[in-house]
Write a protein that binds this ligand. Structure first.
Ligand code: FA5
Length: 332
């Protein structure tokens, strides 16, 4: 019994988990001391056997308890040592990392925001979960409009949805500010889309300028956007095509000369020499009415940040921008 008691002292002195396991096997293993003591019980009889069995069981309980607490203590120490060895010192210089402009999408977004805020546009972020009426009705898109289809829009209960464009920020701005208003609404938008040029989440920049009647007209819109496109893309040609948006009248889509082939014709511009970059127009009178404004004039425009990033970075699959593949990101 003295040998067994010594084991309880010995276990306290063990220094690592491997030695602890060796000791456990020496005691409780198939050929362990305690296992042998238990099998020797069969040679004893009566009271002596009962007393010895009680002693062995008491020792076994004590050993198992001390072993468990020692094991926990050693595991904690081991983890602490491991964490200490892996500690990161963020102040150390790393010669393998180069300087970066950030993710191409953030870089493009920041460039656009900087440009327009320097021109006096106030930044709005808006809300991603929008009321159906702000996203559609108040923008002159009544119930039968195809964009409201369940196939295109992510709906919640109670006439709420994930905004499908940043145009609702127009209504919020008009309801909360008095003209003159000059703002950009920027942020994520959502549609049930997925192919090389469309993703379910993408970001838009909305522009809105509102002032008193006849103070703002299409000529101002044209000037503002052409200046922006020349600043953003350098020496490109800009083409205006008449178009339709329910919330602007007249409406237009704006193309730039293809930045990939200098209008020679390529796959990206589908051999037209032109790339569509944004939608725009004068604010529709119905939108002013829904927003509660009278005797005002204004223009609005909307562009996709991913689209502009694809064009400036030469990316032909939009989805790759969301894959966090370092090889692609290192290319910028
Ligand atoms: C609109 O969303 C209008 N609200 C824009 C507007 C604002 C027009 C104000 C007039 C006045 P459109 O559905 O065309 O229009 O989308 C604008 C841009 O968002 C597109 O040119 C495209 O670059 C981008 N876009 C649309 N759907 C996706 C998508 N699934 N993935 C990535 N980009 C997209």
């Amino acid at each position: 019994m003295q040998t067994l008691k010594n084991l309880l002292t010995q276990i306290q002195e063990v220094g690592d988990l491997k030695d602890l396991e060796t000791l456990r096997l020496q005691v409780l293993g198939k050929k362990g001391v305690l296992t042998q003591e238990f099998s020797a019980l069969k040679k004893l009889e009566g009271k002596e056997k009962t007393q010895k069995a009680q002693e062995l069981n008491t020792f076994k309980e004590a050993f198992v308890r001390v072993h468990a607490s020692k094991k926990k203590e050693l595991q904690d120490l081991e983890l602490e040592a491991k964490l200490r060895a892996q500690a990161i010192d963020p102040t150390l210089a790393n010669s393998t990392l180069g300087s970066s402009l950030g993710h191409p999408l953030s870089y493009t977004k920041d460039r656009i925001i900087t440009y327009f805020t320097q021109q006096g546009f106030k930044l709005h972020v808006g809300t991603l979960v929008e009321e159906e009426r702000y996203n559609f009705d108040m923008l002159n898109m009544p119930g039968y409009h195809p964009a409201r289809d369940m196939q295109d829009t992510f709906y919640f209960k109670d006439h709420k949805l994930l905004r499908t464009h940043t145009s609702p920020t127009q209504i919020h701005a008009m309801q909360t500010q008095k003209p003159p208003i000059k703002m950009i609404g920027v942020g994520p938008t959502f549609r049930r889309d997925y192919d090389t040029t469309h993703t379910p989440m993408f970001s838009q920049v909305e522009g809105l300028v509102v002032d008193h009647a006849q103070k703002v007209h299409f000529g101002h819109l044209k000037q503002v956007l052409e200046d922006f496109l020349h600043d953003f893309f350098g020496g490109v040609k800009v083409r205006w095509r008449s178009s339709f948006f329910p919330f602007t009248e007249p409406s237009a889509e704006v193309d730039i000369s293809c930045v990939f082939c200098a209008q020679e014709g390529c796959k990206v511009c589908k051999h037209t020499g032109w790339l569509e970059v944004l939608g725009a127009g004068c604010v529709h009178p119905a939108v002013f009415k829904h927003a509660g404004l009278e005797n005002v004039s204004g223009y609005a425009f909307g562009l996709g940040i991913e689209r502009l990033t694809m064009l400036t970075c030469g990316i032909n699959d939009l989805r790759s921008l969301f894959e966090t593949d370092l090889r692609l990101l290192e290319g910028f």
